[in-house]
Design a protein around this ligand. Structure first.
Ligand SMILES: NC(=O)c1ccc[n+]([C@@H]2O[C@H](COP(=O)([O-])OP(=O)(O)OC[C@H]3O[C@@H](n4cnc5c(N)ncnc54)[C@H](O)[C@@H]3O)[C@@H](O)[C@H]2O)c1
Length: 361
């Protein structure tokens, strides 16, 4: 088992561990009780995950809330169901909420933990690849609102994250690929993350493709460790997304518009992200911020993992731009784009001409 210590905000003493390994779930309460003083737990999960993993977490000190499965349930109504269950259990300030699930469950359970009695302990047990490499780390918790995704939320860090690669075996291929969309993103931003160490993640992904696609545990542990190290370096430098943290959104400004204009039904988030990453690479090539050689390497990597790189939708360009602007990452009306500007590095820019931004749509 690997243990990473994530330090949030260099000025504060707060840090939490991320445990990464195979079959950690079989002895999960040891890891949990080492990291919280909680006596009782509310485990938030959904109807898909509960039959697969529920038994492993059943204990005399815990109760489950089993939510319906799907992004459409990531809303205030479901959040209130979680807090109602915590109230019914009479959870106290020093008890804890455990998220057992993917990013949807993690975001909702974390938000519930942040508001229940002004904040109780929160443990993440991410069960999708996307959640293990991305959403469980960094403390962003939220629910959606009719006006947009993740509109209501908070920054709330967990006490611990427990990432078990063995639980990823039951993920369907589409969901696994969705996680890979976020994984590949780290290869293209590695240098800008300034993690203080070179992981050569692009080469790692190029060289370990078979093992990664086969979900081989050792390789996955290494992969998750690198992604979490890169993400936590960025979060540590900029917890509240005042600057650097936006680099984690490589491809996302396009992706959010694609998801929105297809009503969140046609593509998973990760699918939209891989299409969005290809779009920003097209943009970078046009603007001469990357070489043709590096561009080809990036596109080949996306293709070699079987990720989507284009959409068959025909979007209205004005509408697309309007939706991109509606993205909450827009500051003072300027559209921020995370632009590849060299090997493994990106910059955040808000002065690209609208015509060029839309030329690849
Ligand atoms: N907080 C953050 O920083 C952050 C970052 C990225 C994404 N997100 C959020 O994450 C969410 C997407 O997360 P996701 O991709 O994990 O989707 P998800 O949580 O909807 O899970 C995808 C599907 O996989 C199923 N599933 C989960 N674990 C499984 C397992 N072990 N075996 C079989 N099936 C399993 C789920 O029930 C669901 O049907 C979005 O709401 C997005 O906004 C948050």
């Amino acid at each position: 088992m690997d243990k990473l210590d994530v330090k949030i905000n260099a000025k504060s003493a707060y840090s939490y561990p991320i445990f990464i390994g195979e079959n950690l779930i079989n002895n999960v309460y040891k890891l949990i009780s080492d990291n919280t003083k909680a006596k009782r737990y509310l485990i938030v999960t959904n109807e898909t995950i509960y039959p697969l993993l529920g038994k492993k977490l059943a204990s005399n000190n815990s109760e489950f809330i089993i939510l319906p499965d799907g992004e459409i349930y990531k809303n205030m109504e479901t959040l209130i169901q979680i807090t109602d269950k915590a109230l019914e259990m009479k959870l106290e300030r020093n008890d804890a909420i455990i998220a057992l699930g993917g990013g949807v469950i993690g975001d909702m359970a974390g938000f519930a933990a942040s508001i229940y009695r002004r904040g109780i302990d929160f443990i993440q047990i991410p069960t999708t690849l996307l959640a293990q490499v991305d959403s469980s780390v960094g403390g962003k918790v939220a629910v959606n609102h009719t006006s947009g995704k993740n509109m209501l939320g908070a920054f709330y860090q967990p006490q611990a994250v427990i990432s078990d690669t063995s639980v990823l075996k039951t993920l369907d291929e589409r969901q696994y690929k969705t996680g890979l969309g976020e994984v590949l993103k780290y290869a293209f931003i590695e240098h800008t993350c300034s993690a203080g160490k070179d992981f050569n993640f692009l080469e790692f992904l190029e060289n370990n493709q078979n093992n990664i696609l086969k979900r081989e545990d050792k390789t996955l542990c290494e992969l998750i460790k690198i992604c979490c190290t890169l993400k936590s370096a960025v979060v540590n430098a900029d917890e509240k997304e005042k600057g650097l943290r936006a680099i984690l959104n490589l491809g996302h400004t396009y992706a959010h518009a694609i998801e929105n204009l297809t009503n969140y039904k046609k593509y998973t988030h990760g699918e939209a992200v891989s299409i969005g990453i290809k779009m920003v690479f097209d943009l970078a090539l046009k603007l001469n911020t990357v070489t043709k050689n590096y561009y080809d390497r990036a596109v080949n990597l996306l293709k070699s993992y079987g990720l989507l790189i284009k959409t068959d939708e025909v979007f209205d360009k004005e509408m697309f731009y309007h939706v991109m602007q509606g993205d909450k990452k827009v500051t003072e009306g300027k559209l921020k784009i995370v632009l590849p500007n060299g090997e493994k590095s990106v910059e955040i820019t808000d002065n690209i001409d609208k015509k060029i931004i839309l030329s690849g749509i």
